[in-house]
Design a protein around this ligand. Structure first.
Ligand code: NZQ
Ligand code: ZN
Length: 435
């Protein structure tokens, strides 16, 4: 094994982490009184729910492609795919044939890599315009789908550079419709309003949220995920868990239904994640993961409260700097984030421990045990929980400082809601993970 095993037993590390957490916890206890007062004053917030994607779920779902293209107004389509798994599995030629049989011209545009690149999306937009595509289909996972979304935005706005939308320098007012044939349960992009792209020239990995990102339809056949390597399945499990956790940790009270949906989803992913990691052809487990992947990120698990998403922001900087897989970046950061912020609302962490892991006890002990249990689960899946677990190894402190600076957008923003994190907070969290 490589440096992955430098951090091989979870308990001593977590014990050290717990000591650090107790320091933070004590320092924050006083502040907590104020925070608690604010929290008690809050109830479910007003929200708009818009999840328009038509989902076709189950064996053979991809065979509906031509019908769905027609139904949603497409007549010439571009199929955007990744590094070749869909060619190897025969899915891409099958889709091309299905379209051709129904008289729908298509062009395939491949080469999308995990942590998809802006340059390729720009190329795709030019090709889509040249072909005259009126619908873009992402065939694959988050990377292919997000590229399809970026291509759709670029093709519909030839006067703009795609990155201007990601940098909020230009409002997105129109796009082409996007459809999806999903092959991995993870990012939830098949129903989400997000798209995440990396600008390789600047090392920035950035997402945008817009209703133009919501796919018109998603064809979801769990059997298409049977060819996934274990590492991609476990990266996906972490991402699905994290889309709910990044919404669950909130200072807003009320929201009983949202809380209980989130807790149920987490229990289902944890249980079926174990099965899927040991048998990728377990249809039951793979179908549960696939459906959880969509529900976790279509908005349902965060209704009625602001979203936090700190761990995603912390992880995006790691992926932007080191090209780490998205799920791995999240498992690397979550435990350190949780230990750092736990003192802001230990009751929330204790509730999580109880409802998701069945851990009860006094608030502080349960809260920390819930964090420990989550980190242990990531390790059980062989996912990294600190820098030295992954190929990057322990980094000089200057790297943690640079990550914090970038994550704070050079001190132009605070990150998260559960605790609003400034550059110093972010630095402390990266330092906790840099072991
Ligand atoms: O590229 P190919 O050859 O297809 O291989 C892929 C890729 O190497 C492989 N794979 C996918 N389906 C397969 C398969 N291999 C064998 N059999 C199959 N059935 O898996 C690898 C990872 O694919 P990728 O699309 O990168 O995975 P994922 O769905 O995890 O997407 C990750 C990307 O989505 C972004 C992430 O930041 C990352 O860039 N996210 C997008 C979100 C959104 N749009 O809402 C939200 C997420 O939080 C996330 O940020
Ligand atoms: Zn994610």
């Amino acid at each position: 094994m490589t440096n992955r095993r430098r951090c091989d037993t979870i308990s001593p590390k977590i014990t050290r982490g717990r000591k650090a957490a107790h320091v933070e916890y004590g320092a924050l206890r006083q502040k907590q009184k104020t925070v608690k007062h604010e929290r008690e004053a809050k109830i479910m917030q007003s929200f708009t729910m818009y999840a328009p994607t038509e989902i076709v779920f189950g064996g053979g779902a991809e065979e509906q492609l031509a019908a769905m293209v027609r139904k949603h107004g497409g007549s010439r389509v571009m199929l955007v795919y990744g590094g070749g798994s869909v060619v190897k599995s025969g899915l891409l030629p099958k889709l091309e044939e299905l379209l051709s049989k129904e008289g729908i011209p298509s062009v395939a545009f491949g080469g999308v890599q995990p942590n998809p690149l802006l340059a390729l999306a720009r190329e795709g937009a030019v090709s889509a315009r040249e072909f005259g595509a009126d619908m873009i289909i992402g065939v694959g996972g988050g990377s292919a789908i997000d590229t399809a979304k970026a291509v759709a935005h670029g093709a519909a706005n030839p006067e703009a550079d795609i990155w201007q939308f990601w940098k909020a320098e230009r409002p997105l007012t129109k796009s082409l419709p996007v459809g999806v044939v999903l092959t991995i349960s993870a990012a939830g992009s098949e129903t989400s309003s997000s798209a995440v792209i990396t600008n390789q020239e600047t090392g920035e990995k950035r997402g945008i949220n817009t209703e133009f990102n919501r796919p018109r339809f998603a064809l979801m056949n769990p059997e298409l995920t049977f060819t996934l390597p274990k590492y991609q399945i476990t990266c996906g499990i972490v991402d699905i868990i994290m889309h709910t956790l990044d919404r669950y940790f909130t200072q807003t009270g009320g929201n009983e239904l949202t809380d209980e949906i989130a807790e149920a989803l987490l229990r289902v992913v944890i249980r079926n994640g174990r099965k899927a990691a040991s048998d990728p052809k377990d249809y039951g487990a793979m179908s549960e993961l696939m459906w959880c992947g969509s529900v976790s990120h279509n908005g349902t698990t965060g209704l009625g409260r602001p979203m936090d998403f700190s761990v995603h922001q912390l992880g995006h900087e790691l992926s932007g700097m080191f090209d780490i897989a998205h799920g791995a970046s999240l498992s690397t950061m979550w435990g350190s984030w949780a230990l750092y912020v736990c003192g802001e609302n230990p009751e929330r962490f204790a509730r999580y421990a109880d409802k998701v892991w069945g851990i009860t006890g006094d608030t502080e002990t349960a809260a920390l045990a819930g964090i420990e249990k989550t980190v242990e689960y990531f390790r059980e899946l062989d996912m990294p929980v600190c820098f030295s677990d992954s190929r990057i190894g322990v980094q000089p402190e200057a790297v943690a400082a640079e990550l914090a600076l970038r994550c704070s957008f050079h001190e132009k923003r605070l990150v998260g809601q559960f605790k609003k994190l400034d550059r110093n907070d972010l630095f402390s969290i990266y330092k906790l993970a840099n072991r």
